[in-house]
Design a protein around this ligand. Structure first.
Ligand code: MG
Length: 224
Protein backbone atom coordinates (compact mmCIF):
# COMPACT_ATOMS: atom_id res chain seq x y z
CA UNK A 1 0.00 0.00 0.00
CA UNK A 2 1.38 3.42 -0.84
CA UNK A 3 0.31 7.02 -0.55
CA UNK A 4 0.04 8.94 -3.77
CA UNK A 5 1.95 12.13 -4.60
CA UNK A 6 -0.86 14.30 -3.35
CA UNK A 7 0.08 13.22 0.17
CA UNK A 8 2.55 16.10 0.28
CA UNK A 9 -0.23 18.58 -0.26
CA UNK A 10 -2.60 16.77 2.05
CA UNK A 11 0.04 16.87 4.78
CA UNK A 12 0.51 20.61 4.58
CA UNK A 13 -3.17 21.25 4.14
CA UNK A 14 -4.11 19.09 7.11
CA UNK A 15 -1.52 20.58 9.39
CA UNK A 16 -1.61 24.19 8.38
CA UNK A 17 2.12 24.41 8.91
CA UNK A 18 5.20 24.03 6.74
CA UNK A 19 6.58 20.54 7.44
CA UNK A 20 9.67 21.70 9.30
CA UNK A 21 7.55 23.68 11.75
CA UNK A 22 5.13 20.80 12.05
CA UNK A 23 7.84 18.35 13.08
CA UNK A 24 9.30 20.94 15.42
CA UNK A 25 5.87 21.18 17.03
CA UNK A 26 5.70 17.42 17.37
CA UNK A 27 9.03 17.42 19.15
CA UNK A 28 7.95 20.26 21.43
CA UNK A 29 4.82 18.36 22.35
CA UNK A 30 6.83 15.21 23.02
CA UNK A 31 9.21 17.15 25.26
CA UNK A 32 6.30 18.66 27.16
CA UNK A 33 5.25 15.18 28.28
CA UNK A 34 6.04 13.79 31.68
CA UNK A 35 9.36 12.14 32.31
CA UNK A 36 11.12 10.76 35.33
CA UNK A 37 14.36 12.21 36.68
CA UNK A 38 17.27 10.48 35.01
CA UNK A 39 15.15 9.04 32.27
CA UNK A 40 16.92 8.34 29.00
CA UNK A 41 15.24 8.57 25.63
CA UNK A 42 15.97 6.05 22.87
CA UNK A 43 15.86 7.30 19.29
CA UNK A 44 15.56 4.85 16.42
CA UNK A 45 16.45 5.56 12.83
CA UNK A 46 14.31 3.89 10.21
CA UNK A 47 16.19 3.25 6.95
CA UNK A 48 18.74 0.47 7.27
CA UNK A 49 17.96 0.29 10.95
CA UNK A 50 14.34 -0.85 11.31
CA UNK A 51 13.88 -1.29 7.54
CA UNK A 52 16.16 -2.98 5.05
CA UNK A 53 16.31 -0.07 2.67
CA UNK A 54 19.29 0.12 0.41
CA UNK A 55 18.46 -2.63 -2.15
CA UNK A 56 15.22 -0.80 -2.94
CA UNK A 57 17.14 1.89 -4.82
CA UNK A 58 17.86 -0.61 -7.60
CA UNK A 59 14.40 -2.14 -7.81
CA UNK A 60 12.82 0.28 -10.27
CA UNK A 61 9.80 1.36 -8.29
CA UNK A 62 7.45 3.74 -10.05
CA UNK A 63 7.78 6.38 -7.36
CA UNK A 64 9.23 6.97 -3.93
CA UNK A 65 5.98 6.09 -2.16
CA UNK A 66 5.94 2.64 -3.73
CA UNK A 67 9.59 2.13 -2.89
CA UNK A 68 9.22 3.06 0.75
CA UNK A 69 6.02 1.06 1.18
CA UNK A 70 7.81 -2.02 -0.18
CA UNK A 71 10.69 -2.00 2.28
CA UNK A 72 11.11 -5.22 4.20
CA UNK A 73 11.48 -4.83 7.96
CA UNK A 74 14.52 -6.11 9.79
CA UNK A 75 12.69 -8.52 12.12
CA UNK A 76 15.30 -8.59 14.85
CA UNK A 77 15.49 -4.83 14.99
CA UNK A 78 11.70 -4.57 14.99
CA UNK A 79 11.64 -6.96 17.93
CA UNK A 80 14.28 -4.91 19.73
CA UNK A 81 12.31 -1.73 18.99
CA UNK A 82 9.21 -3.32 20.56
CA UNK A 83 11.11 -4.29 23.68
CA UNK A 84 12.64 -0.85 24.11
CA UNK A 85 9.22 0.79 23.75
CA UNK A 86 8.07 -1.16 26.77
CA UNK A 87 10.80 0.29 28.96
CA UNK A 88 11.90 3.67 27.71
CA UNK A 89 10.68 6.88 26.16
CA UNK A 90 11.30 6.60 22.44
CA UNK A 91 11.14 8.39 19.11
CA UNK A 92 11.69 7.54 15.48
CA UNK A 93 13.91 10.06 13.74
CA UNK A 94 14.36 9.57 10.02
CA UNK A 95 15.94 11.54 7.21
CA UNK A 96 13.32 11.29 4.49
CA UNK A 97 11.40 13.61 2.26
CA UNK A 98 8.64 15.27 4.24
CA UNK A 99 6.06 14.26 1.65
CA UNK A 100 6.62 10.60 2.57
CA UNK A 101 5.36 11.01 6.13
CA UNK A 102 2.01 9.26 5.50
CA UNK A 103 3.80 6.35 3.82
CA UNK A 104 6.29 6.22 6.67
CA UNK A 105 3.51 6.09 9.26
CA UNK A 106 1.74 3.35 7.31
CA UNK A 107 4.94 1.31 7.13
CA UNK A 108 5.53 1.64 10.88
CA UNK A 109 1.94 0.70 11.65
CA UNK A 110 2.10 -2.33 9.40
CA UNK A 111 5.49 -3.66 10.44
CA UNK A 112 5.91 -2.53 14.04
CA UNK A 113 2.40 -1.81 15.25
CA UNK A 114 3.37 1.76 16.10
CA UNK A 115 0.48 4.18 15.74
CA UNK A 116 1.91 7.13 17.65
CA UNK A 117 2.40 9.52 14.77
CA UNK A 118 3.54 12.20 17.20
CA UNK A 119 6.71 10.23 17.84
CA UNK A 120 7.79 10.03 14.23
CA UNK A 121 9.99 12.99 13.35
CA UNK A 122 11.29 13.63 9.86
CA UNK A 123 14.25 15.71 8.77
CA UNK A 124 15.86 16.23 5.38
CA UNK A 125 19.37 15.01 6.13
CA UNK A 126 21.47 13.16 8.66
CA UNK A 127 22.97 16.46 9.81
CA UNK A 128 19.52 17.86 10.55
CA UNK A 129 19.13 15.17 13.18
CA UNK A 130 21.74 16.90 15.34
CA UNK A 131 19.71 19.87 16.66
CA UNK A 132 16.80 17.58 17.43
CA UNK A 133 19.02 15.16 19.31
CA UNK A 134 20.56 18.08 21.16
CA UNK A 135 17.13 19.30 22.25
CA UNK A 136 16.38 15.81 23.51
CA UNK A 137 19.66 15.72 25.39
CA UNK A 138 18.98 19.04 27.06
CA UNK A 139 15.59 17.78 28.20
CA UNK A 140 16.47 14.22 29.13
CA UNK A 141 20.15 14.39 29.95
CA UNK A 142 20.79 11.10 28.19
CA UNK A 143 19.97 10.19 24.60
CA UNK A 144 20.69 6.86 22.98
CA UNK A 145 20.63 6.91 19.18
CA UNK A 146 20.35 3.67 17.22
CA UNK A 147 21.15 4.62 13.66
CA UNK A 148 23.30 3.03 10.95
CA UNK A 149 24.58 6.49 9.87
CA UNK A 150 25.77 4.96 6.62
CA UNK A 151 24.91 5.44 2.96
CA UNK A 152 25.83 4.63 -0.61
CA UNK A 153 25.82 0.86 -0.25
CA UNK A 154 23.83 0.53 -3.48
CA UNK A 155 26.81 2.01 -5.35
CA UNK A 156 29.19 -0.58 -3.99
CA UNK A 157 31.04 1.64 -1.54
CA UNK A 158 29.66 2.10 1.93
CA UNK A 159 30.17 5.58 3.29
CA UNK A 160 29.54 6.84 6.78
CA UNK A 161 28.32 10.18 8.02
CA UNK A 162 31.59 10.69 9.83
CA UNK A 163 31.16 14.39 10.54
CA UNK A 164 27.66 13.85 11.91
CA UNK A 165 28.93 11.05 14.12
CA UNK A 166 31.76 13.27 15.36
CA UNK A 167 29.19 15.91 16.23
CA UNK A 168 27.11 13.32 18.07
CA UNK A 169 30.09 12.57 20.26
CA UNK A 170 30.71 16.27 20.84
CA UNK A 171 27.19 16.96 22.04
CA UNK A 172 27.12 13.87 24.22
CA UNK A 173 24.78 11.57 22.33
CA UNK A 174 25.39 7.85 22.84
CA UNK A 175 25.31 6.28 19.39
CA UNK A 176 24.92 2.63 18.48
CA UNK A 177 25.63 2.35 14.78
CA UNK A 178 25.96 -0.15 12.00
CA UNK A 179 28.14 -2.57 13.94
CA UNK A 180 25.56 -2.79 16.70
CA UNK A 181 22.66 -3.11 14.25
CA UNK A 182 24.36 -5.87 12.29
CA UNK A 183 25.03 -7.70 15.53
CA UNK A 184 21.35 -7.98 16.37
CA UNK A 185 20.08 -11.41 15.37
CA UNK A 186 17.30 -13.60 16.68
CA UNK A 187 19.86 -15.09 19.04
CA UNK A 188 21.10 -11.76 20.32
CA UNK A 189 17.98 -9.61 20.68
CA UNK A 190 18.01 -10.07 24.45
CA UNK A 191 21.68 -9.21 24.64
CA UNK A 192 21.07 -6.13 22.51
CA UNK A 193 18.21 -5.12 24.79
CA UNK A 194 20.52 -5.41 27.79
CA UNK A 195 23.16 -3.36 25.99
CA UNK A 196 20.63 -0.61 25.33
CA UNK A 197 19.45 -0.67 28.92
CA UNK A 198 23.05 -0.43 30.13
CA UNK A 199 23.69 2.51 27.82
CA UNK A 200 20.54 4.20 29.09
CA UNK A 201 21.98 3.90 32.58
CA UNK A 202 25.24 5.51 31.53
CA UNK A 203 27.30 2.39 31.26
CA UNK A 204 29.51 1.83 28.22
CA UNK A 205 27.61 0.56 25.21
CA UNK A 206 29.07 -2.40 23.43
CA UNK A 207 28.69 -4.17 20.12
CA UNK A 208 26.70 -7.38 20.25
CA UNK A 209 28.48 -10.40 18.87
CA UNK A 210 26.39 -11.34 15.82
CA UNK A 211 26.92 -15.07 16.31
CA UNK A 212 26.94 -17.79 13.67
CA UNK A 213 23.67 -16.85 11.93
CA UNK A 214 24.83 -13.34 11.07
CA UNK A 215 26.09 -14.40 7.65
CA UNK A 216 22.55 -15.19 6.57
CA UNK A 217 21.35 -11.69 7.30
CA UNK A 218 21.37 -8.83 4.83
CA UNK A 219 24.00 -6.17 5.27
CA UNK A 220 22.88 -2.73 6.24
CA UNK A 221 23.70 0.59 4.70
CA UNK A 222 22.52 3.23 2.26
CA UNK A 223 20.35 6.17 3.13
CA UNK A 224 20.57 7.85 6.48
MG1 MG B 1 19.60 4.93 8.30
Amino acid sequence: MSSRPSAKHRLRGALGLPPQLFFDALLTRFLAGQRLPGDAVVVFDLDNTLAHTWPSFAQGHAHIWARLASLPPRPEMVELFARVRQRRPWLVLTAREYRTWPTTLAWLRRHTGVRESGRVIMVRSAAEKLPILNRLRLAYGRVLLIDDMSRNHEHGEVLSYDEVMAQLARIGITHLGVDFIEGVTRATVSEAERAIEAACQGQPAHVVDPGPDAAARPATSGGS
